[in-house]
Structure formats: structure tokens, C-alpha cells
Design a protein around this ligand. Structure first.
Ligand code: HEM
Length: 126
């Protein structure tokens, strides 16, 4: 019994090693908000902050099931609340996908202010 359990554990460990979890957050460089904004403007990249991690959504934009305009709106903004349920509560699969878009972590922690209200206003009028 013990030997069988051990074999199963080893198989599980092997399977875990093969799963791609995206880059570990600890290995990412630190960026400031100023850098996020300038990279977005100068390099034309769509950079969205969620949970203090910067995600490059440039290529993903066209594939977003919620549409490309949402991704554009949240460019160079903190979409933590919107992503985690304020606008739409994404599945684990979406979170997994998000992990693969990580490029940096934020140097300063930012409290999202009124972006959600502004987003809802934009949606109403479009
Ligand atoms: C930034 C990276 C994002 C990724 C990787 C992402 C990924 C996804 C995925 C995979 C889905 C399909 C449903 C699911 O698996 O949960 C989805 C749906 C959706 N997302 Fe996102 N999303 C992102 C950002 C956002 C943001 C910032 C918002 C809103 C402010 C948003 C709003 C929505 C909505 C409304 C849907 C539902 C579409 C529908 O079924 O009609 N997403 N997203």
C-alpha cells in the first residue's frame, strides 16, 4: 500500500514539473508606474496591472473573449478589481492565461481609485 502511494506521489510530482505556471513573480523586474505608462506609450504596448503585477496584453487583446475594447480601456491602469469580480469574475483558466502574460512587478503599490466608475460610464455611453 505504502509503495503504491509512493509511486502515485512520484507520478504526481512528475506531472507537476511538466505544468507551465508562467514566470515566477519573484523573478520579474520591478517597474514604476511611470515606466508602465512610458512603455505603453512609446512602445505601443498594452500593459495591464493586476495584483501588483504588470501583464503585457498586446497580443492577447484580439483573443479576449470579453472583447478587445476592455483590454484597451485598462491599458496602463490597475484592473485588479475589474478582473476579480467587480466587472467580471474570471475563471481559473483565465488566471492561468494571465500568469503567462506577466512581465514585471510594481515598485509602488497603488490603490485603484475611480477607474471602475469611469469604466462603467464609458460602457454605458458606448
Ligand atoms: C488582462 C488580462 C485578461 C485576461 C487574460 C482575460 C481573460 C479572459 C478569459 C479567458 C475569458 C473567458 C471566460 C473565463 O475563462 O473566465 C474572459 C472573459 C471576460 N472578460 Fe476577461 N481577461 C482579461 C482582462 C479583463 C478585464 C480587465 C475585464 C474587465 C474590466 C475583463 C472582462 C471580461 C468579460 C466581461 C468577459 C466575459 C465575456 C463573455 O462571456 O461575454 N477581462 N476574459
Amino acid at each position: 500500500m505504502k509503495a503504491r502511494l509512493q509511486v502515485r506521489q512520484e507520478k504526481l510530482d512528475e506531472a507537476k514539473r511538466r505544468v507551465d505556471w508562467g514566470k515566477p513573480v519573484e523573478s520579474l523586474p520591478f517597474w514604476t508606474w511611470k515606466q508602465v505608462r512610458s512603455m505603453s506609450e512609446e512602445e505601443n504596448r498594452l500593459l495591464i496591472v493586476i495584483d501588483n503585477v504588470v501583464h503585457d496584453c498586446t497580443r492577447f487583446k484580439a483573443q479576449h473573449p470579453g472583447g478587445p475594447r476592455i483590454i484597451e480601456f485598462w491599458n496602463a491602469r490597475d484592473a485588479t478589481q475589474a478582473f476579480n469580480g467587480d466587472v467580471y469574475n474570471h475563471t481559473k483558466a483565465a488566471r492561468n492565461l494571465l500568469a503567462h502574460l506577466r512581465v514585471a512587478r510594481l515598485k509602488e503599490i497603488y490603490e485603484p481609485e475611480c477607474d471602475i466608475d469611469e469604466f462603467k460610464d464609458v460602457q454605458k455611453t458606448s
